[in-house]
Ligand binder design. Structure first.
Ligand code: ATP
Length: 447
């Protein structure tokens, strides 16, 4: 028997809106596993899955712990994991169906990695998760309808070998859960200032609000997101919490990476529950619908689809309002079926304006002496200057290009309404795709 082996534990669907959080269960489990002498080979992974699944509780997050262990403790590790999940899940809630999967081995099979991509970008069924789990001889524990096994396997298969970020999550004392979260707001703005651009989504500068605290009944006090473990730890030391922190953990995650977005070549192939990036020409001008949402349509060679910028998207909604027929855009967003007919609509997260239609209008010509706009004397009767009274019988209306007051390029929904996976402006250019980037960030920490 090998002395040391690698185990990956995937966990999902442990909480409900009234209780708990899967990241907290991972935090408790880390402690229990450390008692058995395990050596973690990665930060705990917090993997956000398809944000459009209808049965998610909040942010569709699943967890994976990866570590080296002594095989004599294998059964004990599994038993402890089961106990922690069972004792801390909200099993009373109808919508909570925990799943745990244990995969043993250094490498994650390619099929499981592909499965993860599907869980992130589409909808998968429980049978396919179970089949794959059995094929690779993984032990699994499912509670109730076992749906959590989908996310558990999804978390194991996402090894974050491309772009990724970190989040330091701090947890409240149990007795404070449900009470208003107390945090020195000024210290959060200061932290943002001192750590930018290497942390993100700390504050909403449009509303001057802090956005590191969740709102629900979960045990999280606040979470700080950033490019490295060092920077989120530094940022944490700048924030002044007004209540005791029970524990904190740094997770490696796919948050802020746009990993949910699938680029599609044609509008005709978009499907409900996907998050897509599609190109088209604005084909119907924006309209404001009830609750101040903005709706417009885009089309390509053979399809047309509605796009909606909801009121909370803030600055994105303002941009959507200014589009006109003929603008060429790329839209990013979730595909939803709307109404009884099931019309597909894209709920916008981002708009990239590729080209603006040249909007022209006719205006009265200018007086050659006074440089003021002339007054019309009636159809085909020419113009007259109000100031110098000179008449210009031969002048015609002039065509001018309207200033659209909108810029080409990328526009993103306001920070307060961004999804966990949405890549914010601050991260553009910081993606971890090559070693240079990582070195650059490390250097910054050394300063
Ligand atoms: P929290 O963020 O508070 O941990 P949550 O929002 O992650 O909660 P869950 O309670 O985990 O929500 O519920 C999501 C459920 O959907 C899980 O059972 C998970 O296995 C399943 N699921 C996740 N992604 C997919 C998918 N792409 N297709 C089908 N089922 C999925």
């Amino acid at each position: 028997m090998k002395k040391n082996q690698i185990m990956h534990i995937g966990i999902d669907d442990t909480d409900s809106v009234r209780k708990g959080c899967t990241t907290y269960i991972a935090a408790l489990l880390i402690e229990k596993l450390e008692e058995l002498g395990v050596r973690f080979i990665d930060y705990p992974n917090l993997i956000r899955l398809n944000p459009n699944v209808p049965w998610k509780t909040r942010g569709n997050g699943a967890l994976c712990l990866r570590f080296q262990y002594n095989p004599i403790f294998e059964d004990e590790i599994k038993q402890r994991t089961r106990n922690v999940v069972e004792n801390n899940s909200d099993l009373q809630s109808e919508n909570t169906n925990p799943g745990i999967i244990f995969l043993i081995g250094n490498k994650i099979p390619q099929e499981i990695r592909i499965f993860s991509k599907k869980v992130l970008q589409g909808i998968v069924d429980l049978e396919s998760a179970i089949k794959l789990t059995e094929k690779y001889s993984c032990d699994m524990i499912g509670f109730k309808n076992c749906r959590g096994l989908i996310g558990s396997l999804g978390a194991i298969g996402e090894i974050l070998d491309c772009d990724h970020t970190y989040e330091l999550i701090s947890y409240r004392k149990l007795r404070n859960i449900g009470k208003v979260r107390i945090l020195d707001k000024k210290s959060v703005f200061k932290m943002d200032e001192l750590t930018k651009p290497f942390t993100f989504n700390n504050v909403d500068l449009e509303k001057m609000r802090i956005i590191i605290t969740p709102r629900g009944l979960d045990p999280i006090l606040f979470g700080i997101r950033g490019e490295s473990a060092q920077i989120v730890k530094k940022a944490f030391s700048i924030v002044h919490p007004g209540e005791k922190i029970e524990r904190w953990v740094i997770f490696r995650t796919n948050q802020g990476t746009d990993a949910h977005i699938k680029k599609v070549q044609k509008l005709s192939i978009i499907q409900p529950y996907q998050s897509i990036l599609a190109k088209g020409i604005v084909s119907k001008n924006p309209q404001i619908i009830p609750l101040r949402h903005v709706i417009f349509s885009i089309k390509d060679d053979n399809s047309e689809v509605d796009c909606v910028a909801f009121e909370p998207t803030g600055s994105l909604r303002k941009i959507a309002r200014k589009l006109i027929v003929g603008d060429e855009v790329e839209v990013f967003g979730a595909v939803r079926k709307v109404g009884e007919e099931g019309i597909l609509t894209i709920n916008l997260e981002k708009i990239n304006i590729l080209s603006l239609y040249l909007k022209k209008k006719l205006q009265n010509p200018i007086c050659s002496k006074c440089h003021r706009h002339l007054k019309s004397l009636g159809k085909n009767k020419g113009f007259r200057c109000d100031k110098c009274h000179e008449k210009f019988p031969d002048k015609k209306k002039e065509e001018i290009i309207v200033n659209r007051k909108i810029r080409k390029g990328l526009h993103i929904t306001s920070a307060r309404s961004q999804r966990h996976l949405t890549k914010p402006f601050r991260r553009y250019g910081l993606e971890k795709t090559c070693q240079e980037r990582i070195n650059m960030i490390d250097e910054w920490h050394r300063e």
